[in-house]
Design a protein around this ligand. Structure first.
Ligand SMILES: Nc1nc2c(ncn2[C@@H]2O[C@H](COP(=O)(O)OP(=O)(O)OP(=O)(O)O)[C@@H](O)[C@H]2O)c(=O)[nH]1
Ligand SMILES: [Mg+2]
Length: 284
């Protein structure tokens, strides 16, 4: 299954990002810490060209810490890239890291000229939240669904740095099925464009394979269910995903599982790991 979700405002967003980038010193690419590869938009690499990038792995409070550390090391192996894991619980750390890294990466600007940085990334990864953290005021609207931001918004920080937030950008067609499923499971694709059962089955299968103990603990199971469908049946029974007559509604159960994952209540979970031998990320 390939996935297509490229609403009209994104064509404009892409054009405006490309128009602004030449005047910027650094791109701050926001990626979801639970899926750093799937949430790296290949169009942004193209728009950025040879400009340096700070990759901010957001929602790292929801990700597996060991896997996140491996991702930061891996991503920093790429030329012109600095990376760090951020969470909304530690706003001072985020402000300090962004100030230091952008100054370091924009040395050509000299100490008297303000650094200009463009925040970009796929939808719902926390770009506007990052802008609000940096300016320490709620200047940008945020929301737990994709495509909240529709226009670029620039602010000037107390240290003079000029930061622009931008609308979440996808690309016209996601060919790689696991990538589409991860983005949908984590919430970067709107519910109207996905089928909960497909995404829930994908998530259930992955969670059982990689984090069975978290599943057993969360749903108070004696042992891990034998299949993804069996897990959805247990979720449906325990979380009110039942139709009349006590039959489990698998669609409803899948939706419940997806929302529990997104809210982080299953525990710290990463959906993908970096390539083991330091291979570059394939563009898929
Ligand atoms: N748990 C957790 N949630 C976060 C973090 N950062 C952002 N969020 C949540 O992620 C959701 C999306 O945040 P936004 O800042 O609106 O995301 P965005 O990338 O600007 O989204 P679009 O404008 O739609 O592209 C909100 O519900 C935020 O509260 C984080 O570090 N941890
Ligand atoms: Mg936004």
């Amino acid at each position: 299954m390939s996935l297509q979700w490229y609403p009209g405002h994104m064509t404009k967003a892409r054009r405006e990002l490309a128009a602004l980038m030449p005047s910027q010193d650094v791109m701050i690419e926001v990626i979801d810490g639970r899926l750093p590869k799937a949430s790296s938009n290949p169009l942004l690499a193209e728009i950025r060209g040879k400009k340096p990038v700070i990759k901010v792995l957001t929602k790292s409070d929801l990700a597996d810490p060991e896997v996140t550390r491996a991702w930061v090391t891996y991503l920093e192996g790429e030329p012109g890239v600095k990376a760090f894991a951020a969470t909304t619980d530690r706003p001072q750390v985020t402000r300090k890291r962004i100030a230091e890294l952008s100054r370091h990466m924009a040395q050509h600007r000299g100490p008297d000229k303000p650094v200009r940085a463009l925040i970009a990334g796929v939808p719902n990864v926390g770009k506007s939240t990052l802008l609000n953290t940096l300016i320490n005021r709620p200047v940008a609207k945020v929301g737990d669904k994709p495509a909240v931001t529709k226009e670029q918004q620039a602010v000037t920080l107390a240290n003079g740095m000029v930061i622009t937030d931008s609308p979440g950008l996808m690309w016209p067609k996601i060919e790689h099925e696991p990538r589409a499923f991860r983005l949908a499971f984590a919430g970067s694709i709107p519910d109207t464009a996905i089928d909960y059962l497909t995404i829930g089955m994908f998530g259930a299968e992955y969670l059982l394979a990689r984090y069975p103990a978290l599943i057993v603990a969360r749903y108070k199971l004696g042992v891990a269910p034998a299949s993804a469908e069996a897990l959805l049946v247990e979720v449906g029974r325990r979380r009110g995903g039942l139709r009349k007559g006590g039959i489990v509604d698998l669609h409803k159960a899948a939706e419940l599982l997806v929302h529990e994952f997104r809210a982080g209540v299953l525990g710290p979970i990463s959906l993908e790991e970096p390539p083991v031998d330091g291979r570059p990320l394939d563009p898929g």
